[in-house]
Design a protein around this ligand. Structure first.
Ligand code: NAP
Length: 341
């Protein structure tokens, strides 16, 4: 038997609607792998998923979790990619909050080793890499503002923008995160609890910023829109500050000044990673090469305070931890499952 986490009701109150189910370990079929998950990636959107915000047609019980790193535990028939038992793979599929899962072998992401440090490259890293290039159209010399810069996806956005030759400004909420952002090469970290973001941008960037990687929403979004330079692009990555609300949508409507955008030839661009699936292989390969060359750091957090998060039972704690805003880098849960094949 193995165990997985499911949502039995729809709500943003993750802890209240999840439960652990036990099932027989499945046998992989044609072209499939059985993966034994070791490390689970926690995402801000895990509570959007339990709230049913992504696809109203999905009814509980819902399989949860978007990503994991694990090992091949069994290889199905007619597999052609040479996977062997014990090979490390990244999994980027719904249902990853599970001790074991079946995936198509062509969707497995081969990894050099089974380590949590690869988790940030999956959903978080792909979002940063693809969004900055395809929606942000970043180029050398651009001034790029990253919000929630010390978080799961923000840390990669900071480093990738820096590697592209941009000047990077990053927001965060603690001195610990300020230190991390400096280590990652962020040119102007801003602790918005200590300094006014609006004033820093107004005083230090009077011509505005060229690109904003914006994932916080609410007041932060408004400040960022108003700080765009001529021809500036704000990428809507998310709106984490509003996800805990009970509304059906990710974020309530926010007024935007059309005049201001027009006067600056500026734009606001939505970005949703699944629309860019074709870009995944090239962006993943680029990031793995950067990690191997020591040019990209993947910061992970198993609960620096309140952790370590071990076992499916601790996924709710890990989600709460992310929402406490204390996480430095990507939050993850380690699985030490006892079930054996
Ligand atoms: P994360 O950045 O690891 O954690 C969330 C961070 O947001 C916190 O550490 C906190 O950092 C900041 N934050 C600011 N206001 C907050 C509030 N009111 N409540 C909670 N956190 C707040 O999370 P993540 O999983 O990487 O996700 C970050 C954003 O990226 C989310 O908006 C998510 O939906 C988005 N995302 C979008 C896509 C896409 O395809 N569009 C894909 C992946 C992720 P500070 O306290 O330092 O500000």
């Amino acid at each position: 038997m193995y165990r997985k986490l499911v949502a039995t009701n729809l709500s943003t109150k993750f802890r209240e609607v999840v439960k652990i189910q036990s099932l027989p370990i499945p046998v992989p079929g044609q072209g499939q792998l059985l993966v034994r998950n070791r490390f689970l990636g926690i995402n801000a959107s895990d509570i959007n998923f339990t709230a049913g915000r992504y696809d109203r047609r999905h009814k509980p019980p819902l399989d949860l979790g978007f990503e994991s790193v694990g090992e091949v535990a069994a290889v199905g028939t007619d597999c052609s990619r040479g996977y062997k038992l014990g090979d490390a793979v990244g999994v980027f599929e719904n249902g990853a909050f599970s001790e074991y899962m079946i995936i198509r072998e062509d969707r497995a992401i081969p990894l050099p080793q089974c380590a949590p440090s690869y988790l940030p490259l999956l959903l978080s890293g792909l979002t940063a890499s693809v969004a900055l290039q395809c929606a942000g159209e970043i180029k050398e010399g651009d001034k790029v503002l990253v919000t929630a810069a010390a978080g799961g996806t923000g840390q990669l956005a900071v480093q990738l923008a820096k590697a592209a030759g941009c000047h990077v400004i990053g927001t965060c909420s603690s001195e610990e995160k300020m230190a991390l952002l400096r280590q990652l090469g962020c040119d102007r970290p801003i602790n918005y609890k200590q300094e006014s973001l609006k004033e820093v941008l107004h005083n230090e960037y009077p011509r505005g910023v060229d690109v904003v990687y914006e994932s916080v929403g609410g007041e932060m979004f408004t400040i960022c829109v108003n700080s765009l330079a001529v021809k500036g692009r704000l990428i809507i990555i998310g709106s984490v500050s509003t996800y805990k609300g009970t509304s059906d949508t990710l974020a309530p409507p926010v007024p935007v000044s059309v005049t201001r955008l027009l006067a600056k030839s500026a734009s606001i661009r939505g970005f949703f990673l699944p629309h860019y699936a074709r870009q995944y292989p090239s962006h993943l390969a680029k990031m793995v090469a950067m990690v191997n060359d020591g040019k990209l750091k993947c910061v992970v957090d198993n609960g620096n305070t309140g952790g370590p998060f071990v076992g499916l039972e601790s996924v709710s704690d890990a989600v709460d931890y992310l929402y406490s805003g204390k996480n430095c880098g990507k939050v993850f849960v380690q699985l030490n499952q006892t079930s054996k094949l």
